[in-house]
Write a protein that binds this ligand. Structure first.
Ligand SMILES: Cc1cc2nc3c(=O)[nH]c(=O)nc-3n(C[C@H](O)[C@H](O)[C@H](O)COP(=O)(O)OP(=O)(O)OC[C@H]3O[C@@H](n4cnc5c(N)ncnc54)[C@H](O)[C@@H]3O)c2cc1C
Length: 336
């Protein structure tokens, strides 16, 4: 493999039912930074049926080029045709770096593409950078050994250098509707025999009753210090006043007090709200990994040495069971 032939940062622009997923735009923001460090282009790969109109949104968020593979076989996500389309792009255009969102689709697609192209994949990277020495290496960092160690991974001998990144970890750029880019329609010859092995019989959509905490602007989050459901009712009242949602540490999920979909952290969701209120959460590294990029962090803890205070912008030392209702009352009275 002649590594010098490989260039540019490619992003899988995941769409579902013709709607671009937020993570695709977040990855374009990071790809822009990586490409600029190497004087390269950002290329979005847009796969689907009748998806071309989405290309301008990708350009507005940082793509220089959008490669569109428009085909009936790509209407709904299936591993084989999507893998074939991306493998075709890899063979034809030789990307240096490829980023994929760690969604259910991305977690299926990424490993398959990397195996088929005999290259490496770093799953769930939390940091991506180009080294500022002469080597200009692409460094992918992710938690390892239960979050006790941050491992920086290089893909030295093969291309593309692939990574999946969870939604909410990277930041999208402000859209610039005037940005110009090139839209390239890519024609892929699919191996219909291989594709026919798996058929999509029916799509059953789960009713969306689960709140996506990674979309919330304000999170009032509770840990073991909250204790039980009655404790969380106090947090809910405060969240309601702030127009936010309640989230949780893993301790309260394991205790059966909160549902897993509201867990923040390494094995839960990564969140980046405008305000994160950590109530009765000690600040274990696995919890911090999911929330430390929040814009403003307020921590309430009765232990002034709790590690959560090291990432908090504002710390309140005291009993959350007294402080949270007081805050709620104060907010209520301010609105009168
Ligand atoms: C592989 C692995 C993955 C993990 N993934 C996650 C993850 O995704 N998310 C996660 O959260 N954890 C995760 N953990 C668990 C993590 O290590 C911690 O055990 C967990 O975060 C602790 O939760 P906590 O802060 O609620 O509880 P504790 O650590 O028990 O802290 C409770 C805090 O509440 C304070 N407190 C008690 N009473 C009050 C009160 N009345 N008022 C104010 N403060 C009070 C205490 O001072 C203490 O600081 C993971 C662990 C492993 C090994």
């Amino acid at each position: 493999m002649n590594l010098a032939e490989y260039k540019d940062v490619y992003v899988f622009a995941e769409q579902r039912d013709g709607k671009l997923q937020n993570v695709a735009l977040e990855l374009l923001g990071k790809a822009r930074e990586l490409a600029d460090a190497n004087n390269e282009n950002v290329v979005a790969m847009l796969l689907g049926k009748d998806v071309k109109p989405l290309a301008q949104t990708l350009i507005a968020h940082g793509a220089d080029k959008v490669m569109v593979v428009d085909n009936d076989l790509l209407k709904d996500y299936l591993t084989e045709p999507y893998t074939e389309a991306i493998t075709h792009i890899i063979k034809e255009y030789k990307p240096s770096i490829m980023l994929i969102g760690a969604t259910t689709i991305g977690r299926d697609l990424g490993p398959r593409v990397s195996a088929r192209n005999r290259t490496g994949l770093t799953a769930d990277a939390t940091k991506l950078e180009i080294s500022d020495d002469e080597a200009h290496e692409f460094r992918m960092t992710r938690p390892a050994f239960g979050g006790n160690l941050m491992a920086t991974i290089l893909c030295k001998n093969t291309r593309p250098q692939m990574s999946t990144v969870r939604p909410g970890v990277m930041q999208k750029l402000t859209a610039d509707a005037n940005r110009k880019g090139e839209v390239i329609c890519v024609d892929v010859k699919f191996d219909t025999e291989k594709i026919a092995r798996v058929k999509l019989v029916k799509t059953v959509k789960e009713e969306k009753t689960v709140t996506d905490i990674s979309e919330a602007k304000v999170l009032v989050s509770g840990g073991r210090g909250v204790g039980n459901k009655e404790g969380f009712a106090k947090l809910e009242a405060l969240a309601k006043e702030l127009g936010g949602e309640v989230s949780s540490s893993r301790a309260m999920v394991d205790a059966g007090v909160m549902e897993q979909s509201r867990q923040v952290g390494q094995t839960g969701k990564t969140v980046r709200p405008a305000l994160y209120m950590a109530c009765g959460i000690s600040g274990a590294i696995q919890h911090l990994a999911g929330m430390e990029e929040s814009d403003l962090i307020i921590a309430i803890n009765k232990d002034k040495y709790a590690p959560i205070f090291s990432v908090a912008d504002l710390g309140i030392v005291g009993d959350l069971h007294k402080i949270v209702p007081m805050l709620t009352e104060r907010l209520k009275s301010m609105q009168k």
